[in-house]
Design a protein around this ligand. Structure first.
Ligand SMILES: Cc1ncc(C[n+]2csc(CCOP(=O)(O)OP(=O)(O)O)c2C)c(N)n1
Length: 327
């Protein structure tokens, strides 16, 4: 396999600011959910991705509507970036009838086909063979759409992961496997579940490239994704991108994460993707104080509106529980 060449990219100041907006919105959304859980307003389980936003933004930025994403439990931000309205997303977490699955299901198992979002089950790794199926469809239809499938490093130890990578390699599918390596699978640290350092190395066994990158650097994630997208769109097959990161909160909001040290958390917080990108933009005069203030106000107003809308939205009616069933 020829090594992956460095991908050149150029983003306009407007695009960079848009990326910044998404980072702030997704962080703000998760932070608000964390508070709302404690206030008893959320019916869904909440698996925040605070600290991991650069992966969501770097991989979803510039995706086509027709490209499909297969998100997992920690990827709420991908729904927003793919076009789900914040009101609908918040309603989903509140279990209201205005949510994506009209209050029938909690959290992030719902999909929105028109927006290219596949609804996944709880079984870790099980989204990946299905993602292959989507990619195979694109290949058979001979279009150049791509599938972006997410999973944690924990899920990369499940058989489905290996079957999916093997099939994607054999079929040369237009798919990007995005590993969000946040160092823990629930309470299990990565060194207790893997005998190698990089999940990215696993790709080689299936005949395609894997890269391990800094998942807290939104531009590094974007760059790797753009390279992988270009290869997939031109028929050169799959790529595995392993993004090294860290989740700041517990596995879910009920988990106090006693299995890790304060020092470790502090070290990773010092690598927070948002201040790093803020400084990058400020030193290039892309982000001025006024623009920062305007973006922060827009983020707050969007989230306030979503919360108010969802609070006042109706509950689902019991007799609707069996409507919209596939039979
Ligand atoms: C096959 C399977 N085994 C176990 C679980 C229970 N479970 C849900 S999330 C989780 C940890 C997942 O870790 P990882 O894949 O690294 O993703 P992360 O939560 O860190 O984002 C576990 C063990 C599950 N849902 N499916």
């Amino acid at each position: 396999m020829a090594p992956i060449k460095r991908t050149k990219f150029k983003l306009s100041p407007e695009q960079l600011l848009e990326m910044f907006y998404w980072l702030k919105l997704i962080r703000g959304f998760d932070e608000r959910l964390s508070i709302l859980v404690r206030q008893g307003k959320v019916r869904s389980g909440v698996y925040t991705g605070i600290g991991q936003e650069a992966i969501v933004v770097g991989t979803c930025f510039g995706l086509r509507r027709e490209d499909f994403i297969c998100p997992l439990h920690r990827d709420l931000g991908t729904f927003l970036m793919k076009g789900v309205e914040p009101r609908a997303m918040m309603s989903q977490m509140f279990g209201k009838s205005t949510g994506l699955s009209k209050g029938r299901d909690s959290a992030l198992h719902s999909g929105v086909s028109e927006l290219g979002i596949f609804g996944n089950t709880s079984m870790l790794g099980a989204n990946l063979p299905v993602a292959d199926g989507l990619a195979l469809t694109f290949k058979m239809e001979q279009n150049d759409n791509v599938v972006v499938a997410y999973f944690g490093e924990g899920a990369s130890n499940v058989g489905d992961f290996h079957e999916a990578l093997n099939f994607a390699g054999v079929q040369n599918l237009p798919i990007i496997f995005v590993c969000e390596n946040n160092q823990y699978a629930y309470s299990v640290p990565v060194e207790k579940s893997m005998a190698i350092d990089d999940v990215a190395d696993r790709a080689q066994g299936y005949g395609f490239d894997g890269v391990a990158i800094n998942g807290n650097d939104v531009l590094a994630v974007y760059q790797a994704t753009q390279g992988a997208l270009a290869r997939a769109r031109s028929g050169d097959g799959p790529t595995l991108i392993e993004c090294k990161t860290y989740r700041w909160h517990g596995h879910s909001e009920h988990d106090k994460a006693f299995y890790r040290t304060d020092e470790e958390l502090a070290m990773w917080k010092s690598r927070d993707p948002i201040p790093t990108f803020t400084t990058y933009l400020q030193t290039r005069n892309v982000l001025t104080d006024d623009k920062l203030k305007a973006i922060e106000e827009r983020v707050k107003a969007t989230i306030d509106d979503a919360v108010e809308f969802s609070t006042n939205a109706p509950d689902p009616k019991p007799d609707e529980a069996v409507s919209d069933l596939y039979a």
